[in-house]
Design a protein around this ligand. Structure first.
Ligand code: AQP
Length: 343
């Protein structure tokens, strides 16, 4: 059997974000900002609030409902336009869960145990983790392949899951001797593919980190942003003149990367301006750039959140459009596997 020719698939971009907490600057720079930039190109763009992923760890039901709407508001505030992209929440399109079950029979248990996100999130007591947390990457593969998506913009942390999606597609195509699924390309691009915690340069910035000081939330106001940047962990050395000089300085590198990503400059351009200066000068400049970039997004989010009925309408319309693409691909998958469909 030959490798599937991705050129035979229609160019389609899919990506999602979990409503497992308030979204962060990491989600914005690693995902949302790029989702918006990819609209209007050759590829159709499909974006999803992946609520079925969020419930792989405990979520308070009332809070989850609010966070799903808030994540949808964040997508739109960051520039995802429901007229240009399909925007919806995963649980409203049942094809995702159905395809995930089919993939549970394709993926191997050993593949799942190797996932670093499972190891991190399950911790020492992995026997007590939900079965959903272990199967998470099969659901992610289903999200992507239910649309035969050819490319997925993600942050660096999702690279391993993307590789597993490719493995599932390849095994399915091989086992059933078809070219049904594309081998999806990860789009991990830019200087902010891995924004780190403000408190610990070895950990990524994460919405579920117990320390609020570790992240900038998309709902933080100007004072909170400035204060978190002021208190961010750094070292005592002045900034170097080029990116090479940041190699062994994870906290310093993180702040410079954030500045570069927010101001759409390269790291070297930023360093050319700040060479020789300490964090006493750099942090207020970063705070200014961060507040200027984030304030319009925070404001737009709160405007969208003032009208939850409109968010629900956008998500319902997106779910209808997503369903129209997903259902025939799911049906064809069932046919290939020999499942009988009589209606
Ligand atoms: N720190 C980050 N830097 C760059 N990109 C990031 N992403 C997340 N954190 C960073 C990207 O955001 C998208 C959505 O991620 P997710 O919500 O599905 O889950 P995650 O990757 O596990 O993100 P979090 O914030 O750490 O969530 P929790 O705490 O719930 O696990 C992905 O493209 C991701 O790469």
């Amino acid at each position: 059997m030959s490798e599937p020719q991705n050129s035979t698939f229609r160019p389609r971009i899919f990506s999602g974000i979990q409503p497992s907490g308030g979204l962060t600057l990491g989600n914005y720079l690693g995902a949302l900002k790029r989702f918006a930039a990819l609209q209007g190109g050759e590829a159709e763009t499909i974006y999803c609030v992946v609520d079925l992923h969020a419930i792989t760890v405990w979520q308070e039901p009332e809070q989850l409902r609010m966070r799903i709407r808030e994540a949808a508001a964040a997508f739109m505030a960051a520039g995802v336009d429901p007229a240009k992209s399909v925007l919806f929440n995963q649980s409203q399109v049942s094809a995702h869960a159905e395809m995930a079950w089919l993939f549970n029979t394709v993926a191997r248990v050993g593949w799942m145990y190797r996932m670093t996100q499972f190891k991190d999130k399950a911790g020492k007591n992995s026997e007590n983790a939900s079965l959903g947390l272990l199967a998470y990457p099969a659901l992610m593969a289903a999200d992507i392949l239910t649309y035969q998506a050819t490319a997925v913009p993600v942050g660096e942390d999702q690279k391993q899951h993307l590789e597993l999606t490719r493995d599932i597609a390849a095994k399915f195509n091989h086992d059933y001797k078809v070219d049904h699924f594309p081998i999806t390309q990860p789009l991990i691009e830019g200087v902010a593919t891995r924004v780190m915690s403000l408190r610990d340069g070895s950990k990524k910035m994460s919405k579920s980190d117990p320390s609020d000081a570790s992240r900038i939330n998309l709902t933080d106001d100007a004072d909170a942003i400035a204060q978190k940047i002021r208190k961010a962990r750094t070292d005592a050395d002045p900034l170097p003149g080029s990116a090479d000089g940041l190699k062994d300085r994870p906290e310093a590198r993180n702040l410079v990367n954030i500045y570069a990503a927010l101001s759409d400059e390269t790291v070297d351009q930023v360093l050319a301006r700040f060479e020789g200066q300490g964090f006493g000068a750099f942090k207020p400049a970063l705070a200014e750039v961060a507040v200027a970039s984030m304030a319009p997004i925070t404001k737009a989010m709160s405007d969208y959140m003032a009208d939850p009925a409109e968010i629900d309408r956008v998500l319902a319309d997106g779910a209808d459009r997503a369903e129209a693409i997903a259902r025939p691909i799911l049906d064809r998958t069932k046919d290939i596997m020999g499942l009988l469909r009589t209606r």
